[in-house]
Design a protein around this ligand. Structure first.
Ligand code: NAI
Ligand code: MG
Length: 489
């Protein structure tokens, strides 16, 4: 079923266009809208409410009321039960959500369906943990009893990017709900549809109104107003370093904690003794999956000289077979999300060609596709360490290879950038791999595999790649504050 082609008619029902605030659909206070585009056709899908400070104020106040109302009086187990119900409802409606996602961002339907399944798993993990977040007793001596209570921080803001629109909503909203918080989500302007549908589903399964609100719109308008709102007590953001810095500075003005996940330029280090077929196979998904629009993509391939040529040949042989086309056609790769992203990737490719780097595969839009923001899977090598292609996040289906001789050189190249999200090592020598794992400057290190993890394993960056960790139990602690209670006996 999942590899079949779809058409627009498979999407039953209307596209969500209004904000979802306090349990109801709402037009923008100013009546304004913005267009969300299907990147496979470049046509407008829907005119969505364009939020500003007034809409954000309504949503945050609704979330604040909800955080003091019925939601607060539920037991953690009851909150968990509502969340399990939410996951079941989403699973039952997976195809509609997947089609909305595919239309909005262009990813193949099978990928969108996989994302929805991942969201269900995320909600269930957090639902099950809702009644397992425990405080501590503190040994102050015989004259005292001292303990900690974990309390929801209150209203939380979630500013979400467009590469996994629903996945990124769930990654932070599910733990916030498990913690007993309420949420206001600002989806990316490129991809508002699934977040809006999700808020409606939360209402349908019985979450009290105001617990999950979504205000659509632009970052500078709705996003900035949300960060600045005095009733917001915690911020979670995933996106660019530049925007992350702005949000962190604005959060500082209100002394609000912020969890920031800011992307990477992640090195996949392939040593001479590695299982080359496995590494090349992983690099296909690592570099080209979701058309490379993944913060943890294997966008830098660091190859030891003796295996570099063979690795690149194997990679190219696999990459050549990837079929590119509209999301509804359900092939291997869809388009990039927007014209802006397409132009950005094309600019990197043009600058790369001018710099003398060698394009081994792809390098442009596939000739057969006349419309849509498509770029063919691209492999580039002969790049020097100063080139932007190996220093900056391209966020497109572009794998860039660098060659090294010694492990020390690989370590220096890997750690030589501001980014520190993920690093990977392929080697049959576990001591070598673990020594590198210890020395690599990254929030996650993967050995002999790529995209290792899931909702159970904490992720996040160091250095310019961000602050804080999401997923796992640390992901829930982001939304709990510790109250210490001391008693003199
Ligand atoms: P962005 O970081 O500007 O946008 C992400 C989210 O932040 C969107 O919801 C946007 O509306 C919001 N936002 C923007 N400015 C804001 C502000 N001043 N206050 C509050 N919210 C604000 O990313 P953009 O422009 O869409 O993409 C640029 C580059 O960022 C990409 O080419 C890619 O390299 C990187 N990126 C990284 C992602 C990741 O997963 N780490 C996800 C998306 C983009
Ligand atoms: Mg932006």
């Amino acid at each position: 079923m999942s590899d079949r082609q779809y058409s627009r008619a498979d999407l039953k029902g209307v596209l969500p266009e209004a904000h979802f605030i306090d349990g109801a659909h709402r037009k923008a206070a100013g009546g304004e809208t913005f267009a969300t585009i299907d990147p496979s056709t470049e046509e407008m899908l829907a005119a969505v409410a364009r939020g500003g400070a007034e809409d954000v104020d309504l949503a945050v106040k609704a979330a604040d009321r909800a955080s003091r109302g019925d939601w607060r009086n539920l037991t953690p187990a009851e909150r968990g039960r509502l969340m399990f119900k939410l996951a079941d409802a989403l699973e039952a409606d997976a195809e509609r959500f997947a089609l909305l996602e595919t239309l909005d961002v262009g990813k193949p339907v099978k990928e969108s369906l996989g994302d929805v399944r991942g969201v269900c798993a995320t909600i269930r993990y957090n639902a099950g943990a809702a009644d397992k977040m425990e405080g501590a007793t503190i040994p102050l001596g015989p004259a005292f009893v001292d303990f900690t209570m974990l309390e929801p921080v209150g209203v939380t803001a979630h500013i979400v990017p467009w590469n996994y629109p629903l996945g990124m909503v769930a990654r932070s909203v599910a733990p916030a709900l498990a913690a007993g918080c309420t949420a206001v989500v600002k989806p990316a302007e490129q991809s508002p549809l699934t977040a809006l549908a999700f808020a409606e589903l939360c209402q349908e399964v019985g979450l009290p109104k105001g617990v999950v609100n979504v205000v659509a719109g632009y970052g500078e308008e709705a996003g900035a107003a949300l960060v600045a709102h005095p009733l917001v007590r915690g911020i979670t953001f995933t996106g660019s370093v530049e925007t992350g810095r702005k949000i962190y500075m604005n959060a500082a003005a209100g002394l609000k904690p912020a969890v920031l996940e800011l992307g990477g330029k992640n090195p996949m280090i392939v040593l001479g003794d590695a299982d080359l077929e496995r590494a090349a196979y992983d690099a296909i998904d690592g570099a080209f999956g979701n058309s490379g629009q993944v913060c943890s993509s294997s966008s830098r391939l660091l190859l030891q000289r003796e295996i570099a040529e063979e690795f690149l040949e194997r990679l190219a042989a696999h990459a050549q077979k990837l079929a590119v086309g509209p999301g509804l056609d359900n092939l291997d790769l869809g388009p990039l999300v927007s014209k802006e992203q397409y132009d950005k990737v094309q600019a990197y490719l043009a600058a790369g060609r001018r710099s003398g780097a060698r394009v081994r595969l792809g390098g442009d839009r596939p000739k057969a596709l006349e419309r849509g923001y498509f770029i063919a899977p691209t492999i580039i090598d002969a790049v020097d360490a100063g080139n932007a292609l190996v220093r900056e996040e391209i966020f497109g289906p572009v794998a860039v290879a660098q060659i090294f001789d010694t492990v020390e050189e690989a370590r220096a190249l890997a750690n030589g950038l501001g980014y520190g999200l993920v690093a990977g090592v392929y080697s049959r020598d576990i001591s070598k791999a673990l020594t590198l794992a210890r020395d690599l400057e990254a929030g996650s290190v993967w050995i002999n595999g790529w995209f290792i993890g899931g909702v159970q394993a904490p992720t996040g960056g160091i250095k310019d790649s961000g602050i804080g960790r999401e997923r796992g139990l640390p992901g829930i602690r982001n939304y709990l504050s510790i109250k210490n209670v001391g008693i003199r006996l």
